[in-house]
Design a protein around this ligand. Structure first.
Ligand SMILES: [Zn+2]
Length: 368
């Protein structure tokens, strides 16, 4: 089959569940931990060529498209995975089809989205002289880097972007901001037999850590979709020997924020709550709060394409953040709790459902 982009031909193919699962299993076999997506890039280049798509490549990012019309929809999701954790009992790269599920690393995050979006690119029915559908499989979503956050600036104008992440096909139009603070609490070391000669950094840090808990519990700001801003102490490290009063404790705070209490305002409150013994060594603020209007045309199209899906918020952070201008939403087959999980799986019929919803969104949005 060959698509003559720019012509007014209409695709009439439908992608079967078998085809989707075949692509998914081939992707599972490819090792594609963040930074090593080369083979996944080759996979998509081959498939794009096989189906006659135009595409461009920049680093480990690809953009394929159909049509030459003005109204443009972009599908984006990531080719990279996290490394397999120690809990895996299966071979992460040997796809196992069992009980209607496909097990394998990246099968859920974001394999189902990748094959569903590709299937939609292949088969969505729209007038190619009036609209354009683009699909960008990009790298390094799981780490900061060279993926969509850079590539978005090389993509021609688009009116709307669907970000593929496993949401159980719920329509997510918001995600919380995120920051990490690396802190150090300093005291004075002494022999453990003479604690009065030192200042125990463990006690100083403990008091400041409890202040973080108190601060978090006192947050009264709420967002109807995103809930509340959260703070969590996530790492704690101190002490040099069993007989030494520690002079230093290093710890890390993770913050997830809402528009009513954003990254900046939350960090200011943390700074104010800490004693003079604790200093912030490093602030990492990669994602702000991202939120779109439920009345947007794209969201309305998604509601029609997936009438059983609820409109809500995404639990984590995603590449949707880098789409700052266009309409947007996050949606994909699979369960968020299966992402990064040992023996990760996705249901085969869920992959099909994701594909059908993506296709429906494209046809509704580009047909208007
Ligand atoms: Zn993901």
């Amino acid at each position: 089959m060959k698509f003559n982009t720019g012509s007014a031909m209409k695709a009439s193919v439908s992608v079967s569940q078998d085809q989707l699962i075949d692509w998914l299993c081939r992707l599972v076999r490819i090792k594609r931990v963040s930074g090593n997506e080369h083979e996944a890039v080759e996979f998509f280049k081959q498939e794009f060529s096989r189906f006659g798509f135009q595409f461009k490549q920049s680093g480990r990012n690809l953009l394929a498209w159909r049509g030459s019309g003005k109204k443009t929809l972009l599908f984006n999701t990531h080719t990279d995975t996290v490394p397999a954790n120690k809990g895996w009992t299966l071979d992460p790269h040997d796809p196992l089809r069992k009980d209607g599920r496909v097990h394998g690393l990246g099968a859920n995050d974001a394999g189902g989205c990748l094959v569903g979006m590709f299937g939609a690119l292949l088969s969505a029915d729209f007038d190619e002289s009036r609209a354009t559908l683009m699909f960008a499989p990009t790298c390094e979503e799981e780490v900061a880097g060279d993926g969509f956050e850079k590539f978005v600036h090389e993509i021609p104008h688009f009116d709307a972007c669907v970000t593929g992440e496993p949401t159980n096909c719920e329509i997510c139009i918001a995600e919380r901001g995120m920051f990490k603070l690396d802190l150090v609490t300093r005291g004075k070391s002494a022999h453990a037999a003479r604690p009065w000669q030192g200042v125990n950094a463990a006690y100083l840090a403990a008091r400041d850590i409890l202040k973080i808990e108190e601060l978090y519990e006192g947050f009264t700001e709420r967002d109807e979709l995103l809930g509340r801003t959260t703070l969590a102490v996530v790492m704690l490290n101190g002490g040099v020997a069993r007989n030494v009063i520690p002079s230093e404790v290093k710890w890390t705070v993770d913050g997830r924020t809402i528009p009513q209490l954003d990254n900046e305002a939350t960090i200011a409150r943390v700074e104010k709550a800490l004693s003079e013994h604790t200093k912030i060594e490093q602030k990492k603020v990669r994602f702000g709060v991202w939120k779109r209007d439920a009345k947007d045309e794209l969201v309305q199209c998604a509601c029609k394409a997936a009438p059983k899906s609820k409109v809500g918020a995404f639990g984590g952070v995603s590449d949707a953040w880098w789409n700052q201008k266009a309409q947007g939403l996050i949606l994909g087959p699979g369960l968020s709790e299966q992402s990064h999980a040992a023996d990760e799986w996705i249901e085969e019929k869920e992959v099909m459902r994701g594909y059908e919803i993506y296709r429906g969104i494209a046809e509704k949005f580009l047909g208007q």
